[in-house]
Write a protein that binds this ligand. Structure first.
Ligand code: C2E
Ligand code: MG
Ligand code: MG
Ligand code: MG
Length: 292
């Protein structure tokens, strides 16, 4: 009986692994065909100055709408793209789309705000990445100061000397470089002092319970204090409530991003968001008024 159960369990496990594997293969095949097509598009989420409430910039987030699979979330297709190496052509397409969008806004005299693009470790492994970015930007008559880059810890831990040089090159051209998902990766903090980054993005895992969990609050306070000493700006991810915003403002976090301000929106809604920067300001004014 036990033996039978064991075998059943094994078969169940096997079946689950098979499903996951074939799903992975299906996504990979479909993604291979989607790259370069209009199935891939962008959404933009505003970043907000937590003191003034003003919109400071956007983060570009990749979206994929497949004719049969529907909208596939980046949480599903980005890992597949990274494992298969498809992230390199996909990342190139996303970079090009961000630059084209900025150039289009520039032509239409939309007031520009910098746009941050996520860079996967594999993309950042290529030493010509900064040159490629600047080449694309200049082809579109775009100043690289409108481009920011979000890299994760794993991206440069591979080869820190070269990563520092690449970050330097990007920044010398006027781009900003952020360390994404800070706190979720390696726990070795000593590298931070060698990294010429502009800001750390504190992962939403620490923001989620910040107003109710004293440990999370302590961790964020620690990160903010350390960043201040190192002269690095701080950006909090995943702000969803006024309580979280209150905490982060009081702790002195510079900027934030989250559904409380705005979900990621299609490109054609960015102009309205930019023009409503006063609207954005109301978010923090309300909180300030409440706090008094
Ligand atoms: P990320 O770079 O840390 O992006 C932030 C994620 O948090 C986005 O998820 C965003 O929609 C989500 N988010 C923003 N505010 C809130 C909030 O208030 N609450 C909650 N629960 N979530 C919030 P998204 O768009 O699903 O992207 C997930 C991840 O996929 C990104 O995390 C990034 O690692 C990756 N990704 C997305 N676009 C790209 C891309 O173009 N290239 C690469 N390499 N990775 C990308
Ligand atoms: Mg990011
Ligand atoms: Mg992040
Ligand atoms: Mg994240």
């Amino acid at each position: 009986r036990a033996k039978e159960l064991g075998r059943d369990n094994f078969q169940l496990f096997d079946a689950k692994m098979n499903t996951e594997l074939s799903e992975h293969v299906a996504i990979e095949q479909a993604l291979r065909r989607a790259i370069g097509s209009e199935q891939i598009y962008l959404e933009f989420q505003p970043l907000v100055d937590l003191q003034s409430g003003r919109l400071t910039s956007f983060e570009a987030l990749a979206r994929w709408r497949h004719p049969e699979l529907g909208v596939v979330s980046p949480g599903r297709f980005i890992p597949v793209a990274e494992k298969s190496g498809l992230i390199v052509p996909l990342g190139e397409q996303i970079l090009r789309m961000v630059i084209e969008q900025l150039a289009e806004w520039q032509r239409a005299s939309v007031p520009l705000a910098p746009v941050a693009v996520n860079v996967a470790p594999l993309q950042f492994e290529r030493a010509d990445f900064p040159a490629r970015c600047h080449e694309l930007a200049s082809q579109h008559g775009l100043d690289p100061k409108w481009l920011s880059f979000e890299v994760t810890e794993s991206a440069w831990l591979q080869n820190s000397t070269r990563s520092v040089a690449m970050i330097d090159t990007l920044r010398q051209a006027g781009s900003k470089v952020y360390l994404d998902d800070f706190g979720t990766g390696f726990s070795n903090l000593s590298y931070l002092k060698h990294l010429p980054i502009d800001a750390v993005k504190i992962d939403q895992a620490f923001v989620r319970n910040i107003s109710v969990d004293p440990s999370d609050a302590a961790i964020v306070r620690g990160v903010l204090a350390m960043a201040k000493q190192l002269g690095i700006d701080t950006i909090a991810e995943g702000i969803e409530t006024a309580e979280q915003l209150d905490c982060l403002r009081e702790m002195g976090c510079h900027r934030g991003q989250g559904y409380y301000f705005s979900k990621p929106v299609p490109a054609n809604q960015c102009r309205a968001l930019l023009e409503q920067m006063g609207e954005m300001r109301r978010f923090t004014e309300t909180v300030k008024a409440r706090a008094l």
